[in-house]
Structures are given as structure tokens and as C-alpha cells.
Design a protein around this ligand. Structure first.
Ligand SMILES: Cc1ncc(COP(=O)(O)O)c(C=O)c1O
Length: 397
């Protein structure tokens, strides 16, 4: 081990234009609210990458920036090394300024206004929201979690029969997929992906797979990119990013992998039409450094270990001390999906109680599924001390 990172070190993010900490309107007139909602981490990114950006800043000329062959080779090696996925350079494209804008563009490219677009629910709001924001008709099927005993992440299943029925009834040819899944935390197995792929093949469905959380998984859990699932190469766009993995959401950089030549050509044309062909100085540099320097990968291993310990601590704390909330350790992501149905609160009252009385800013479950007015999402990517304080507050629910 080259360097032991100290994720317990508190870093004040207030007054840094932080989306998570600096939106007073979310705090309903109160102060000292803990930001436990949007999915970024309260940790500094890997030191070698910060140093690379610092050196570039010292160079001082921040003109138009391109991606050279090195950029593509580094991504190819990363995919090979971490996912065993061999991808040719022509299947790789950057997607500015992040995963979701690229999802929106792809929805626009692959469907017509009014067409049906599929997503499982609950789901990340900006992902399923891309269907409606592009003027398409969102059709959903549930992820279900039927268990008599304590909740377990692996109990969340895709209802593939409902998906297939919806596909036939609504003439669906495009699905939005989240893997690892936000908010339930599933990392889909090879078998599940292959069954999902079979439905897609039977009904000629193209899949946009949002894999932004792919590098944040529990020990022994393996993420499988959609484009590497047999039979999906030609009918998928897989989106990944260092955003969640290395906590660089503010650099607004991401990649899309589209082996289908026709779709890739159309995507390139669209970016070009919007004059979105150049990258950001720091985004390009960060991707190159983060995906190639073993010291950055070491940081990723260490942060994953810290996040797993945080999630286990939080799930255990809730099980021991907060009987009205049910949760479980997710297989991927750093997000806890909280079932608050045994509390006295729902919907707006639940959100208000959390913010005003407990001074906790969590994600409202209704963002992920309008019917989940009794769920909240807790971001555990913070110092253990902050998490401990948040759980102590939550105990008073
Ligand atoms: C599943 C998922 N996709 C995409 C994003 C956002 O990605 P980007 O900032 O690259 O658009 C998030 C952020 O929370 C997310 O959870």
C-alpha cells in the first residue's frame, strides 16, 4: 500500500457552491442541516490526480482542449482491467457534460416524440425523467422486493414478465437501465442481465445503461457492463464516468460506449450539430490520470472499504436503534434506501420533519418513484463522524 488515505478527516464544504451543502432553499429556513442527499462524497479526490490538475493550472494556459489517442487507450485498458471488456476505440466516445445529458441525446436519437420508453421503478429521477423531458411516454414496470424476513439487497428483482408485457402492449424499443441500481443498490448478476437481455432481443429493444456507480461495489460483488452481456453489444449504449468513483462530479466528464456503428455515427453527428466536440481541460486530464495511475486505483480500493464500513455501520445502527425504519446494505453505490413506512410521517410531512426538526437533508423517496412517499435515501459517503451524527438525529424520528 502506497499511501493510507484519511477519510475521517473533516472537510467543510459549506460556501463552496456545493450542490449538497449550499442550497439554503432546501433547508426550510433552518440552519445546521446535514447534507445527506445528492450522490457525491465529502472526501478529497486522489492526491495524484489533484497534483496533475495543479500542475496543469500552473501551466496557466487553459485553451481549447482535445482528447488524444492516449485518452482512448487509457479507457480501453481500464475497461479491460476492471471488467474484462475488450472494446475498440471507435466504440468509445466522451459525453459532455455528463451521463444524463448523453442519455437525453440518445433518447432523442433513438425514438420519436410520443414513443414509449421503458424504465424499472423505483429509479434515478434524472434517468427515467429523460424520457418525459424529451417528450416521450414513460412506461414502467416494478422492481419488487418480496421478503418476509429482514430486508436484503439481493431480494430486489426486476419484474421481467411485466417488462415483457409492457414491451408488447406499448411497442417499446428503448429501455433506460440503471446498473448498479440507484436507489435500491442492486448490482445485477450475469444471470439477471442475460434474462433481461433475452427480453430485449425478443422485442428489438435498445438499452441505454447508466453505469455511473459501477466502481462503487461491496467486496466480492462484480459489476458487469451491459455492452459486454452476450447479445447486447449491438443494442446498447453503456455510460460510465469517474464522477462517482473518484468524486469528480464537478468536472462534468463521462464516457459512452456504443459498439453499434450506426448509432455511434448518429450520436457523433448530434454532438457535432450542437458544437459539443471539445472537452474540458480538467475533465480530460482527470480521466487520463484516474484511469491509469495505480495510486488512484488504490484510492478507489480504500474509499470502497471505507464506504462499505460506513454502510454496514449505518444499517446496523438503524436495525439496533430505529425500529420504525427498515434498510439493508446495498451491493453497490454508497446510498441507503430507507423504508420509513412504520414512522408516523409520509411525503411532505416526512421531508419537513427531517429537515426542520431533525436537521437532516435526505432525498425524498418520491423522486425515485412518485408512489414512494414513505421512503427516503441516505447518502453515506461522508466521514464516520458525520454519519454517526446523522443517525443520532434520525433516531429521534
Ligand atoms: C444513476 C445516476 N446516473 C447519473 C447520475 C448523474 O451523472 P452525471 O452527473 O454524469 O450526469 C447520477 C448522480 O447521482 C446517478 O445516481
Amino acid at each position: 500500500m502506497q499511501h493510507q488515505y484519511d477519510f475521517d478527516r473533516p472537510i467543510d464544504r459549506r460556501n463552496t457552491n456545493s450542490f449538497k451543502w449550499d442550497i439554503p432553499e432546501r433547508h426550510m429556513g433552518t440552519e445546521d442541516v446535514l447534507g445527506m442527499w445528492t450522490a457525491d462524497m465529502d472526501f478529497q479526490s486522489p492526491a495524484p490526480m489533484l497534483q496533475t490538475l495543479r500542475e496543469r493550472l500552473d501551466h496557466g494556459v487553459l485553451g481549447y482542449t482535445i482528447r488524444g489517442p492516449k485518452y482512448y487507450e487509457i479507457i480501453q485498458n481500464w475497461l479491460q482491467r476492471r471488467y474484462g471488456w475488450e472494446l475498440d476505440k471507435d466504440s468509445i466516445h466522451f459525453c459532455p457534460p455528463g451521463v444524463i445529458p448523453a442519455v437525453c441525446m440518445l433518447v432523442e436519437l433513438l425514438t420519436k416524440p410520443g414513443d414509449a420508453v421503458f424504465a424499472f421503478m423505483p429509479n434515478y429521477d434524472s434517468l427515467y425523467g429523460a424520457a418525459e423531458s424529451m417528450g416521450r411516454r414513460l412506461v414502467t414496470a416494478p422492481l419488487s422486493c418480496s421478503t418476509q424476513g429482514p430486508l436484503r439487497c439481493a431480494d430486489w428483482k426486476m419484474d421481467l414478465d411485466a417488462f415483457e408485457r409492457a414491451a408488447v402492449e406499448n411497442d417499446i424499443h428503448l429501455a433506460l437501465f440503471c446498473s448498479p441500481h440507484n436507489p435500491v443498490g442492486r448490482v445485477w448478476t450475469a444471470e439477471e442481465l442475460s434474462e433481461f437481455a433475452a427480453v430485449c432481443r425478443r422485442h428489438d429493444i435498445f438499452v441505454i445503461s447508466d453505469e455511473v456507480h459501477c466502481d462503487i461495489v461491496r467486496p466480492g460483488v462484480k459489476h458487469i457492463p451491459m455492452g459486454s452481456v452476450p447479445g447486447m453489444e449491438d443494442r446498447s449504449a453503456t455510460l460510465m464516468s469517474p464522477n462517482k468513483s473518484f468524486n469528480v462530479a464537478g468536472l462534468m466528464t463521462a464516457s459512452v460506449f456504443i459498439p453499434n456503428r450506426q448509432v455511434m455515427a448518429a450520436f457523433r453527428k448530434k454532438l457535432s450539430a450542437w458544437a459539443m466536440t471539445l472537452d474540458t481541460v480538467f475533465g480530460t486530464l482527470a480521466v487520463e490520470k484516474l484511469y491509469s495511475d495505480p495510486a488512484c486505483e488504490e484510492w478507489l480500493d480504500q474509499v470502497n472499504a471505507y464506504l462499505t464500513a460506513n454502510l454496514e455501520y449505518a444499517a446496523d445502527y438503524i436495525a439496533q436503534n430505529i425500529p420504525s425504519i427498515k434498510t439493508y446494505v446495498p451491493e453497490g453505490t454508497y446510498l441507503l434506501w430507507l423504508d420509513c413506512s412504520d414512522t408516523a410521517f409520509r411525503g411532505d410531512a416526512l421531508c419537513e420533519h427531517l429537515v426542520k426538526d431533525l436537521k437532516l437533508d435526505l432525498c425524498d423517496g418520491r423522486e425515485f418513484d412518485p408512489s414512494r412517499d414513505d421512503h427516503m435515501r441516505l447518502n453515506c459517503a461522508c466521514t464516520r463522524a458525520t454519519l454517526r451524527e446523522a443517525l443520532k438525529r434520525l433516531e429521534r424520528i
